[in-house]
Design a protein around this ligand. Structure first.
Ligand SMILES: *[C@@H]1O[C@H](CO)[C@@H](O)[C@H](O)[C@H]1NC(C)=O
Ligand SMILES: *[C@@H]1O[C@H](CO)[C@@H](O)[C@H](O)[C@H]1NC(C)=O
Ligand SMILES: *[C@@H]1O[C@H](CO)[C@@H](O)[C@H](O)[C@H]1NC(C)=O
Ligand SMILES: *[C@@H]1O[C@H](CO)[C@@H](O)[C@H](O)[C@H]1NC(C)=O
Ligand SMILES: *[C@@H]1O[C@H](CO)[C@@H](O)[C@H](O)[C@H]1NC(C)=O
Ligand SMILES: *[C@@H]1O[C@H](CO)[C@@H](O)[C@H](O)[C@H]1NC(C)=O
Ligand SMILES: *[C@@H]1O[C@H](CO)[C@@H](O)[C@H](O)[C@H]1NC(C)=O
Ligand SMILES: *[C@@H]1O[C@H](CO)[C@@H](O)[C@H](O)[C@H]1NC(C)=O
Ligand SMILES: *[C@@H]1O[C@H](CO)[C@@H](O)[C@H](O)[C@H]1NC(C)=O
Length: 342
């Protein structure tokens, strides 16, 4: 099991101002276009969060993110009802909870909006989305490698990485020139990621599609540890790129839930609950070395497991305290919020 602590070590050493605060997770009930959704929370809200405004961040892929301010009692509840999410049907998204000082939950799983019948598009923003940021060569994103983003504004965007069911953090800008900027992709190979481009000069923020690395994986952005087997890390780059079908990606995503669980401790604020983390690390029977080095044999292993799912991430006993957020205010739209108690 030494592998697990070494993964934690790698993840924690990414310099992500690590923070475990979040054992807090989100689940969203069946999302239908322009219909109410129930967003449930599981885990502990830090009691300091009762004093600050919280919001639900919604990141549809390849689109613009929205922010839904939540009522003050959110930190005391097990979920909120939101009248709608401003996302068209057949769009996938992830969500997080945020306080003014940053993200306070694990990144949610990937959810997809389904079409209503009859279809109702009244809630969708009428503005059309014009991308301002573009990843050059998105098919070549590789662990620890730099990638380039073109931008149309004056200054490069801040790029945040979101790992569904995992963590979110800001990527390092390595260089920038007029209208292009280079960032280092500190992400574990073959994990699914979404990049969020935060404009620094007032143009619309933007998200990428869901991306998956790569054939050529360097580990240069991770700290080297003599505990890991150096021999096999060489052959890693020779591993032929496995062609990953969509179905497999889903399996992979399920498998990566295990990584996400281990990665929870590294998220944003301050490291805490070390004991708890250790408990999580040792109770999950997870071979991190396989994950890293043999993705192709790892994938079938997941499928062989058949119906036995990974440790459930959510799993709510029932909701008793939630209330209704009606017509939430979105950053890009001007709805007025009214709140109705249950
Ligand atoms: C950003 O760069 C710093 C200094 O080189 C490094 O310690 C940190 O791990 C990097 N963070 C990411 C997310 O790459
Ligand atoms: C709650 O957050 C504050 C500051 O944000 C931190 O100092 C404190 O340790 C946190 N408490 C717990 C129980 O995590
Ligand atoms: C949350 O609950 C605590 C006690 O359970 C209470 O003191 C606090 O005022 C509540 N906060 C809100 C915003 O309702
Ligand atoms: C990107 O990948 C393609 C094929 O996968 C390859 O031909 C091309 O050289 C790569 N480009 C870079 C910049 O690595
Ligand atoms: C972009 O996101 C940042 C951080 O979430 C936010 O402060 C800013 O207002 C957003 N910009 C726009 C134009 O929505
Ligand atoms: C790892 O091993 C190399 C030699 O094999 C040694 O030079 C280096 O100091 C070791 N690093 C650590 C962190 O032990
Ligand atoms: C590492 O490689 C050396 C030489 O190629 C070999 O002798 C050694 O047994 C290998 N160690 C492991 C753990 O595979
Ligand atoms: C999330 O909520 C949906 C619908 O309420 C439920 O079917 C699903 O099992 C939940 N997911 C988890 C991981 O608890
Ligand atoms: C959320 O809304 C649904 C449908 O409107 C309702 O059945 C449910 O009780 C609400 N949940 C809470 C916690 O308010």
């Amino acid at each position: 099991m030494f592998v697990v602590p070494s993964w934690l070590f790698i993840l924690l050493s990414l310099g992500l101002q690590a923070a475990l605060c979040h054992s807090l997770k989100l689940n969203i009930s069946q999302v239908t276009e322009c219909e109410p959704v129930f967003v449930s929370f599981r885990g502990q809200f830090n009691s300091s969060l009762q004093q600050v405004p919280l919001s639900l961040q919604i990141f549809p892929f390849n689109s613009t993110p929205s922010l839904i301010p939540l009522p003050s009692y959110t930190a005391n509840s097990t979920g909120v009802n939101v009248t709608f999410l401003p996302i068209p049907a057949n769009t996938e998204f992830v969500a997080t909870l945020a306080s003014p000082s940053g993200i306070i939950s694990v990144v949610s799983d990937v959810f997809e909006v389904s079409a209503g019948s009859p279809s109702n598009t009244a809630c969708l923003p009428r503005t059309t989305f014009t991308p301002s940021f573009e990843i050059q060569n998105p098919a070549n994103l590789s662990q620890c490698e730099d990638f380039t983003v073109s931008y149309s504004g004056q200054s490069p965007p801040v790029v945040e990485l979101f790992n569904p069911r995992g963590h979110a953090y800001t990527l390092n800008l390595t260089s920038s020139a007029k209208n292009t900027a280079t960032y280092n992709l500190a992400a574990i190979r073959q994990s699914q990621i979404m990049l969020s481009f935060i404009s620094t000069d007032g143009v619309q923020n933007q998200t990428s599609s869901l991306l998956t690395g790569d054939a050529f994986s360097s580990t240069s952005c991770f700290p080297q540890s003599n505990k890991t087997d150096q021999n096999t890390s060489k052959s890693k780059s020779d591993t032929p790129k496995s062609s990953i079908s969509k179905g497999t990606i889903i399996g992979l995503s399920v498998g990566l839930g295990a990584v996400a669980l281990l990665a929870i401790p590294m998220v944003w604020l301050v490291v805490r609950e070390r004991r708890r983390r250790r408990r999580i690390a040792t109770s999950v029977d997870f071979d991190g070395s396989q994950m890293e080095r043999q993705p192709s044999s790892y994938i079938p292993a997941i499928e062989k497991k058949g119906p036995s799912p990974p440790p459930p991430f959510f799993g709510y006993p029932g909701y008793t305290e939630g209330q209704y957020v009606k017509d939430p205010v979105y950053v890009s739209e001007k709805y007025s919020p009214t709140i109705r108690s249950k």
